[in-house]
Design a protein around this ligand. Structure first.
Ligand code: AHM
Ligand code: MG
Length: 331
């Protein structure tokens, strides 16, 4: 019976609305902003699913019949999210991985600032590997009604109001937190809706998976090399997709640790604080895990530039603490 096959869970919209009712002074702006992001995510999801047809239909990243280069999916995703955030009207400034400067939306009366990586891991698309969108939301620091400036985006991770990601994987999921736990929603294609599938996600204190690019092992700090030897000694499982959202999501659900240390090529690490490390650190802490850069908590770092990088060790608390103590002994 088809009727019975329909999901009966809570939709993302309803969930957001219910949660809003818990805040006595909520104006609905954050709720609207989350809905705007979810809508842009649905559109990008559609673009990605058609991405495989690029070569035969002359879409993303290929040449069209006039010989002009078509836009890459990460550029398209950037346009989609920026358009949704601008039109939504709740955001005064955006910092995107795709744009070097802070982007003022012109909505000077809006109170939120968004940092976003519109399509992380996009180099994986050609081989049909999962990719993701990562976002982080802050309250602006400059007074409402004025032009936003760079200081609105340069806040400690701890100041985030909400953060989340969309994983375009074997199924599409949106996972987010507003500081009251982490909830995950799975996209139902036939209905065009996200449904609550993973309420109040908690990560294990100890996992059996470690994820890093071991090809760089000889360039890692001694403490991290030592940690990896320990993982192997304990016969832990090595899993590395090379797509941050996918690696993070697996470890969140199953327990484990993700490592992106400093290397010779990337002396301060590869991943970006504002739209990669901070949002995932907020999520992991809300799920009972932890994130550090080898010196301290990720969420306590005060960024000094928009595209600042940081080493990242994130996941199950016991594993990250283990890394931290080795780094500490090394220093
Ligand atoms: P990107 O923002 O240019 O896509 O790079 C970020 C990606 C992450 O998704 C992934 O975890 C990491 O880079 C992989 O890096 P590497 O190929 O060095 O292992
Ligand atoms: Mg990225």
């Amino acid at each position: 019976n088809d009727q019975l096959a329909l999901p009966v869970g809570i939709t993302l919209d309803r969930f957001i609305m219910r949660n809003e009712a818990d805040f006595p002074f909520a104006t609905g702006e954050l709720s609207q902003l989350l809905r705007d992001i979810a809508l842009a995510g649905k559109i990008v999801n559609r673009d990605i699913n058609r991405g495989g047809l690029a070569d035969i239909s002359g879409q993303f990243g290929s040449q069209n019949i006039q010989g002009e280069q078509q836009m890459k999916l990460d550029v398209i995703a950037n346009i989609r999210f920026i358009r949704a955030l601008k039109n939504g009207g709740e955001v005064c400034a955006i910092i995107s991985e795709e744009d070097p400067e802070l982007l003022a939306t012109g909505n000077n009366k809006a109170k939120y600032v968004v940092a976003i990586d519109p399509l992380d891991g996009s180099s994986n698309i050609d081989s049909n590997v999962s990719v993701g969108t990562i976002f982080s939301i802050y309250r602006r620091l400059t007074p409402m009604g004025t032009e936003p400036n760079i200081n609105d985006a340069l806040q400690k991770g701890r100041m985030q109001v909400a953060a989340g990601y969309i994983l375009y994987g074997s199924s599409t999921m949106l996972v987010y937190t507003t500081g009251r736990g982490v909830n995950g929603f799975t996209y139902d294609y036939s209905l065009g809706e996200f449904f609550l599938s993973h309420p109040q996600v908690k990560t294990a204190a100890m996992g059996d998976t470690y994820s890093c690019n071991e090809g760089n092992m000889d360039d890692f700090p001694a403490s991290i090399q030592q940690y990896l030897h320990k993982c192997k000694g304990q016969r832990l499982t090595g899993r590395y997709i090379g797509s941050l959202v996918a690696d993070f999501h697996r470890n969140l659900l199953k327990g484990g640790v993700y490592l992106y240390p400093s290397t010779t090529k990337n002396p301060t690490g590869k991943l970006r604080l504002l739209y990669e490390c901070f949002p995932l650190a907020f999520i992991i802490e809300q799920a009972g895990g932890i994130a550090c850069d080898g010196k301290g908590r990720i969420l306590d770092i005060m960024p000094s530039s928009l595209h600042q990088r940081s080493p990242l060790y994130i996941g199950s608390t016991k594993m990250v603490e283990d890394i931290y103590s080795l780094c500490f002994a090394d220093a």
